[in-house]
Design a binder for this molecule. Structure first.
Ligand code: TXA
Ligand code: MG
Length: 329
């Protein structure tokens, strides 16, 4: 099959609507990362997503809807969750609710819950409005690979396997949405992201990070899998280990192409080396992380990661992704 990359226009949206109606898979831009979407009500279409990605069947998908979609068609949101929707949606926050069971049973991998996301990117809104039905979508990367933040990244993973990529430009957020369990009395963060624990607690009084207890089944099965791995050798060093990192860099440089991935402050200490600078602020680091990991795997024989200095807020999400990409978590 030919994979077309098209800008979001009336014509491409009409194509997308036709393809989704026919049970096909369409990739689309969001403000976090690109998604690989299919009709959430269609069993076969949802199963196609799992087989295309090579995704374990027990890792549930997010249902994406446009901002005027009535989510009570799908889920039963507790009353306290309204404040969070009013404050943060549309935006990079995915909320997990008790499901009414109307979506394909494959979306939530048999769980009694459904995660719902209302992305803010105009391209995503235009797509979701055009199809006007819930779209089940994971990030549009092969399972375990780095998430895509451009249409080209999606193409690199799925060329020939999907009919259409709706190109909305680069995804500026850069890391996936915050996943928040909203099935109890207080919100629990299952995956950190750009809407932080601090921001949620400020709105509803409390918010906890979900911690998997030993021997317990994870609330969010995706947490159990290795993720975001670049396809090159990697090494990882703590903030204070720049001398050791430099030694490894020089050793690799004799026969290979080492590249260092670090924050802006650390980049200054690696003058003369090949460096991918994540940036100075947490938002910049989130925005650059996956793009840099994809760049690195295209040119490096060894990618050397250095733990960034900043902590808390958006860094919870950035550090979680970075540590997993380097096999540290
Ligand atoms: O920003 C994002 O969230 C992107 C864009 C495309 O919207 N999507 C995304 O989807 O990152 P995915 O499938 O790569 O990650 C979804 C995460 C997984 O860790 C999954 O286990 C968790 O959300 N999840 C989905 N539904 C869930 C549910 N019902 N209960 C608990 N966790 C759930
Ligand atoms: Mg993913």
């Amino acid at each position: 099959m030919t994979t077309r990359i098209l800008p979001v226009t009336e014509a491409s949206l009409a194509d997308a609507k036709q393809l989704i109606g026919a049970g096909e898979v369409v990739a689309f831009h969001t403000e976090t990362v690109y998604g690989l979407g299919a009709d959430a009500m269609n069993d076969e279409a949802v199963q196609k997503i799992f087989s295309l990605k090579g995704r374990p069947a027990d890792n549930p998908l997010i249902a994406h809807v446009h901002k005027d979609y009535d989510i009570t068609q799908l889920v039963s949101p507790p009353a306290w969750t309204k404040r969070l929707r009013d404050r943060f949606l549309p935006g990079p926050l995915t909320m997990v609710y008790p499901s009414k069971g109307r979506e394909s049973k494959f979306v939530s991998s048999g769980l009694p819950t459904l995660s719902v996301r209302v992305p803010s990117s105009p391209a995503a809104q235009a797509f979701l409005r055009a199809v006007d039905r819930p779209i089940a979508a994971p990030s549009a990367n092969r399972s375990k690979h780095v998430s895509p933040v451009t249409a080209q990244h999606v193409y690199d993973d799925f060329a020939g396997d999907i009919p259409l990529i709706l190109d909305g430009g680069a995804s500026a957020g850069g890391i996936e949405s915050t996943v928040l369990d909203c099935t109890g009395d207080i919100p629990l963060i299952l995956r950190a992201g750009l809407v932080t624990r601090e921001m949620i607690a400020a709105e509803v009084g409390a918010c906890e990070n979900y911690v998997l207890k030993e021997g317990e089944k994870p609330k969010s099965p995706g947490m159990a899998y290795r993720h975001y791995a670049p396809r090159c050798k990697t090494a990882f060093f703590g903030e204070g280990d720049t001398d050791a990192a430099l030694r490894l860099y020089r050793e690799e440089a004799r026969a290979g192409v080492p590249v260092i991935l670090c924050d802006h402050a650390a980049a200054q200490t690696f003058a003369g080396c090949r460096v991918l600078d994540l940036g100075a602020t947490p938002a910049e680091m989130a925005s650059n992380l996956y793009a840099h990991l994809r760049t690195a795997e295209g040119c490096a024989t060894l990618l050397i990661g250095i733990l960034p200095h900043a902590r808390g807020g958006v860094m919870d999400g950035v550090l979680n992704r970075m540590l997993r990409a380097f096999g540290q978590q």
